[in-house]
Design a protein around this ligand. Structure first.
Ligand code: NAP
Length: 282
């Protein structure tokens, strides 16, 4: 029977550590790390994500701010705010909550954030599956790696299957797994025989956004299963991409949804802010 990787508890431990770190930073460098989140428009899901980030930032003592801009904001107005924050020495991390309204070019916005303040980790990712040295990795991808490491199992030499090749999770997590010397397979909507591939994987990271992508019969006994997906199941409850009920008895380790990758993603956003702060003060 697989053991549960309790993302909520692991994140709580990280928050404790980071809170202590922030106290030390203030003594050592005379200021606390600053995180500013920009949100454009009224998207309800984005509002919730931003408020979770704000609560986490306050909890560990960051200097945190949220810039709320109306749906009608022009690209120039948004870029001007980013420019101002780029130049502000008290701001270590800038996060533009996605999606931005359709009339704004998302890529131009992402590119406008100073690379050393890019707590979302977009700049750190470069094509060719390597990380740019000295920059932070995308939060969810970093969360997945951290969760795997808490099992105490090694990643090096293992066969890791990433299901999903999205820019936010699939590709970055595959990159980080390669950096950990895993043998990485990336599956996507055109992959044939997913079950056959999955049964050879020591680690499966599911980042698709559809329930039941991985079921127990597709899991190698003892495998580590990290479920990134957030879906609504047929019963109306939140569920992941992995069928928890059938996969857990076969797996060695498994993350629940909710309570797995989700809470760790926000903890990693804070970690990224602390790391950006350190790159500024050291
Ligand atoms: P995305 O960019 O849309 O990527 C989804 C990927 O799934 C695509 O690469 C797609 O393949 C692949 N796919 C679709 N159907 C498939 C199938 N039947 N078999 C195999 N692969 C299939 O999505 P995302 O932004 O990466 O997000 C993925 C999920 O993670 C969503 O549920 C999202 O809500 C969740 N998420 C959670 C967190 C968290 O903190 N827990 C953070 C971010 C995202 P193609 O490329 O071929 O279309």
């Amino acid at each position: 029977m697989g053991k549960i990787i309790d993302g909520k508890a692991i994140a709580a431990g990280l928050y404790e550590e980071m809170r202590e770190e922030v106290i030390q930073f203030e003594k050592q460098y005379g200021r606390r790390p600053g995180l500013t989140v920009i949100i454009v428009g009224e998207d309800p899901a984005s509002q919730i994500y931003v408020s979770h980030k704000e609560v986490a930032a306050k909890k560990i003592g960051l200097v945190s701010a949220v810039v709320r801009m109306p749906e009608s904001t022009t690209q120039e107005e948004l870029l001007a705010v980013i420019d101002r924050l780029n130049a502000d020495p008290t701001v270590d991390g800038i996060l533009v909550q996605l999606p931005v309204p359709k009339h704004i070019d998302k890529d131009a916005v992402i590119a406008a954030v100073a690379p050393d303040k890019d707590v979302d980790g977009f700049f750190g990712m470069k094509s060719g599956f390597t990380m740019k040295e000295g920059y932070v990795a995308p939060c969810t991808a970093r969360a997945c790696i951290h969760l795997i490491k808490t099992t105490g199992e090694t990643i090096e030499g293992k066969h890791a299957l990433v299901v999903g090749r999205g820019e936010l999770v699939g590709k970055p997590v595959a990159t980080l797994l390669l950096g950990e010397n895993a043998t990485v397979t990336i599956a996507h909507s055109r992959t044939r025989n997913l079950g056959e591939i999955a049964r050879t994987a020591d680690i499966i990271i599911a980042a698709v956004g559809r329930p039941m992508i991985i079921t127990g019969d597709m899991v190698k006994p003892g495998a580590i299963l990290i479920d990134v997906g957030i879906n609504r199941g047929a019963d109306g409850k939140v569920c992941g991409d992995i069928d928890y009920a059938s996969a857990k008895p076969v797996a060695g380790w498994i993350t629940p949804v909710p309570g797995g990758v989700g809470p760790m993603t926000i903890a990693m956003l804070i970690r990224n802010t602390l790391d950006c702060f350190l790159s500024h003060v050291q």
